[in-house]
Write a protein that binds this ligand. Structure first.
Ligand SMILES: Nc1ncnc2c1ncn2[C@@H]1O[C@H](COP(=O)(O)OP(=O)(O)OP(=O)(O)O)[C@@H](O)[C@H]1O
Ligand SMILES: [Mg+2]
Length: 264
């Protein structure tokens, strides 16, 4: 946890459980989840499909309320969590009828900020998001990587300190994904936000994180929390090194996957 202070957690889940009650059946999505994220920490969450990862985010943002347990932000339980965290959902959800700039300024527009100022601030950040000159483009003509960067810029534009990113690189090819991982880590060095990041990819989970939280299959429970004590800045070549391999093996074990048959 390099550079992370031992302060009050930015975010804390205390014995959180969530069951969805449908007309014919109920689904227990999360059971007794306790975890925390420290200020400026980068925590990745990994777990099988359906283990409740997106549900966890919906709880933290306040879109859902847990049946049991508490969610604390900066040490206190706030009634309205929606204003405290920025959320990038699993699909980018860029509005097709708005240009890149129009999409990116949306959070500020909703917050009632002055539009010219919002546009100026967005334009200032666009080069760092690889979007310079693309203000007037519409999402459907962008590459997958650009769409993700635009969605990410929109998330950052909300100005909130804590970012929840739900598989932001999930739909990308392997090369673009690796480029964006490094881009995100570079950006994080200057943004210094607190990041909770969902992924299905064990390499990505280790590569980005200060800590990895492993969820079990449904109902999701915290199977393990792994500290990643690799130095920063990270470099892609670290993925081939023994220390990295040991962490990945530990992660695969926690996920119940046989690390000697890691074909995919
Ligand atoms: N609004 C809802 N109503 C009913 N059931 C839901 C709802 N949202 C999620 N679920 C159920 O809760 C379980 C966990 O879903 P969730 O989307 O959180 O999983 P996930 O870990 O994000 O999966 P994936 O990796 O595929 O994105 C699933 O069985 C899902 O069907
Ligand atoms: Mg999900």
């Amino acid at each position: 946890m390099s550079g992370v202070s031992r302060a009050t957690p930015r975010l804390e889940l205390d014995s959180v459980s969530m069951t969805f009650h449908g007309e014919t059946r109920s689904v227990e999505a999360l059971r007794d989840i306790s975890m925390d994220v420290l200020p400026q920490e980068f925590v990745t969450v990994i777990g099988p499909s359906g283990s409740g990862k997106s549900t966890l985010f919906n709880l933290v943002t306040g879109l859902l309320q847990p049946q049991e347990g508490r969610i604390l932000i900066d040490g206190s339980e706030v009634a309205d969590r929606t204003g405290h965290v920025a959320y990038m959902p699993q699909r980018d959800l860029l509005l097709p009828w708005r240009s890149v700039l129009g999409n990116v300024i949306l959070p500020l527009e909703i917050q009632g900020e002055e539009l010219d100022e919002a546009r100026a601030r967005a334009r200032e950040l666009m080069p760092r998001f690889g979007l310079e000159g693309f203000d007037d483009y519409y999402p459907q003509v962008l590459s997958g990587g650009m769409r993700q960067r635009a969605a990410f810029l929109r998330t950052v534009m909300s100005g909130r300190e804590t970012l929840l990113l739900d598989e932001p690189f999930g739909a990308l090819d392997a090369l673009t994904r690796r480029q964006l991982q490094d881009w995100l880590l570079d950006l994080q060095r200057s943004l210094r936000r607190t990041i909770l990041f969902i992924t299905h990819d064990v390499d990505e989970a280790v590569y980005l994180a200060d800590r990895v939280v492993v969820l079990s299959a449904r109902p999701g429970q915290v199977e393990k929390t792994l500290s990643v004590d690799l130095p920063r800045p990270r470099h892609q070549h670290m993925i081939g090194e023994p220390a990295f391999g040991r962490l990945v093996t530990e992660l695969l074990d926690a996920l119940g996957l046989d690390s000697t048959h890691q074909a995919s």
